[in-house]
Design a protein. Structure first.
Length: 303
């Protein structure tokens, strides 16, 4: 089995390494020549252009994209199409919006090219632990890629599978990330309350290790919290939480479907709040309390 991989960032390179170790031939390309050089040092084959990448693969070709969602995916597909032929397969393993995936699949179908959407979870730990892969597309096409998914997953029969037709893989990954937002927010709030209870002087590191084993809230996220506390990395981190976009899409979907999702949406709003350096809304609230009730306000000078 072989595939062409476009996008040799950390996750893409890690996936390629896992594939290579499982006997899958990988030819990689990235817009950054340095990324291709690093890729070559790992023992895989590189290409200096998309045309060269496609030329190094046997038909029917499998092209796996690991590029940022949005325009970069469209641009990559536009560059690929002139060199692909009917029967080739394009896999989008990035965090694309599922509605964009539906549009792209329809366009590729007109050229006889199959598309598969693979929602991939596992981050930088996937190289060691394996990746959870949620796949959308035609059953026969996905079956033809079975050895690739088996190589990337935690085990041949665990952590991967077809969830439905094209678009469903990215749809499920979008909801997966929305759930992730909520879980992370719950841990953050809980530990904030515990830390604030000064009179108990609770050792958070000790508590995390109690919860990690046997507790109903045990999870991989707790393992990561344990590692962060152990390495004292929180001392150097600003309270700014970025959002990848999938939480926004999940919230929009809940509104359009009329499904109540307060945890997912509120966790998204908390991230927005952390990103607001000006805090204009909070300033406005303080001003209103002062104006109607004479309540004191804090100024930069009074802090």
């Amino acid at each position: 089995m072989e595939l062409g991989l476009i996008g040799l960032g950390r996750m893409g390179a890690n996936m390629a390494e896992r594939l290579y170790k499982n006997g899958i031939r990988v030819v990689g390309f990235d817009r950054d020549p340095e990324a291709v050089k690093r890729f070559l040092n790992q023992g895989s084959e590189g290409a200096s252009s998309i045309e060269e990448l496609v030329s190094k693969l046997h038909t029917p070709r499998v092209i796996w994209m690991m590029v940022p969602a949005g325009k970069p995916v469209d641009d990559t597909i536009d560059l690929l199409i002139p060199y692909l032929t009917a029967g080739d397969i394009v896999v989008d393993g990035g965090n694309s919006y599922y509605r964009d995936t539906l549009r792209r699949a329809e366009a590729l179908k007109g050229n006889g090219i199959h598309m598969v959407d693979a929602g991939v979870s596992g981050g930088i730990w996937g190289l060691k632990e394996g990746y959870s892969i949620m796949i959308g597309g035609e059953k026969a096409v996905i079956e033809s890629l079975k050895s690739i998914f088996e190589s990337l997953a935690p085990a041949k029969d665990k952590g991967w599978g077809r969830v439905g037709p094209i678009g469903s893989g990215h749809f499920v990954k979008m909801i997966h990330n929305g759930i992730e937002y909520g879980l992370m927010q719950a841990y953050a709030e809980g530990f904030s309350i515990i830390k604030k209870k000064k009179e108990f002087n609770i050792d958070l590191q000790n508590l995390v290790n109690i919860w990690r084993f046997g507790s109903v809230v045990r999870s991989w996220l707790l393992d990561l919290i344990d590692n962060a506390l152990k390495e004292k990395v929180l001392d150097d981190i600003e309270p700014y939480v970025a959002d990848s976009g999938e939480g926004r899409w999940a919230a929009i979907e809940s509104i359009e479907l009329g499904v109540s999702a307060p945890i997912i949406t509120q966790s998204l709003y908390e991230r927005f709040a952390s990103q607001d350096g000006e805090k204009f809304g909070d300033k406005l609230l303080a001003m209103m309390r002062h104006e109607f009730g004479g309540h004191p306000v804090k100024t930069r000078e009074s802090k």
